[in-house]
Write a protein that binds this ligand. Structure first.
Ligand SMILES: CC(C)(COP(=O)(O)OP(=O)(O)OC[C@H]1O[C@@H](n2cnc3c(N)ncnc32)[C@H](O)[C@@H]1O)[C@@H](O)C(=O)NCCC(=O)NCCS
Ligand SMILES: Nc1ncnc2c1ncn2[C@@H]1O[C@H](COP(=O)(O)OP(=O)(O)OP(=O)(O)O)[C@@H](O)[C@H]1O
Length: 212
């Protein structure tokens, strides 16, 4: 089984690119999705969040108020680290379980680990490639503001909680440029997937973007 990391910055287009890879045939393991599942009401991580941050981060139905928790943790690095200490180990465990399952189901699968904080949490070991979804910072900020209805200050606070995207791009083995139209991104994904699966037409010139 080939295990590939997929990362980028907030709103750089990881989910969009992951969907394209899934359509092409890859198995996707999505850390953000798992991070939502492990904090479902009643689970140990949910209890720890309630004890650490208080009832103000819960909605009336008991589920986590993600907007309220996001406001807290993206304004205060110490609170963010406390939340990460609760959530990350559980996400890591669940990802390992899903990888083992994918290996059993299809030993020839290309498995993409979609992890926004791949570099920040030092999860690069054992990966055959690291794909970074890149776009210039100004465009990243605009897409984030539009998608989540954030002010520029709030969008910048979220971007600043991560390693700069230009630094991630430097550490990538494959860069997907998502600054253009979706069709352009789709073409890059197709070429990268052909290369990852050893199909013809996936040669380096077609997918690799030099560092600027
Ligand atoms: C703070 C929370 C509640 C905000 O929830 P919300 O639904 O608004 O955002 P969502 O979870 O969809 O995350 C969106 C993006 O924010 C960025 N982000 C999330 N958590 C973090 C973090 N701890 N540090 C830096 N960036 C982060 C990522 O790029 C992610 O893709 C949530 O992000 C969370 O629980 N974060 C802690 C867990 C975590 O680190 N998740 C990221 C990878 S496992
Ligand atoms: N090539 C593109 N052209 C225009 N809009 C795009 C393009 N790619 C993605 N988008 C839009 O940009 C936003 C961010 O994309 P997406 O949600 O895939 O990013 P993400 O990296 O998964 O975000 P997060 O880090 O928050 O999980 C979305 O609203 C998406 O529809």
């Amino acid at each position: 089984m080939r295990v590939v990391g997929l990362t980028g910055g907030i709103a750089s287009g990881k989910s969009t690119v992951a969907r394209m890879f899934q359509k092409a045939g890859a198995v996707i393991i999505d850390a953000d999705r798992i991070a939502r599942q492990v904090v479902a009401p009643g689970l140990p991580a949910w209890r720890e969040i309630r004890e650490t941050f208080g009832p103000a981060v819960l909605l009336p139905d008991g589920s986590i108020d993600r907007e309220a928790l996001g406001r807290l943790v993206f304004a205060d690095p110490d609170k963010r680290r406390r939340l990460e200490r609760i959530v990350h180990p559980r996400v890591g465990q669940e990802m390992a379980t899903r990888m083992a399952h994918a290996e059993q189901t299809d030993p020839d699968a290309v498995v993409l680990l979609d992890i926004p904080l791949l570099f920040e949490t030092d999860r690069t070991q054992g990966l055959s490639d690291i794909i970074v979804v890149y776009l210039p910072e100004a465009l990243q900020c605009r897409r984030l503001m539009e998608r989540d209805g954030l002010s520029e200050t709030d969008a910048r606070a979220r971007m600043n909680a991560q390693l700069p995207l230009a630094e991630k791009r430097r550490r990538a083995t494959i860069v997907i440029d998502n600054s253009g139209p979706m069709a352009n991104t789709e073409n890059q994904v197709q070429a990268v997937y052909r290369r990852l699966t050893g199909q013809p037409g996936g040669k380096k010139e077609e997918w690799f973007h030099d560092e600027a």
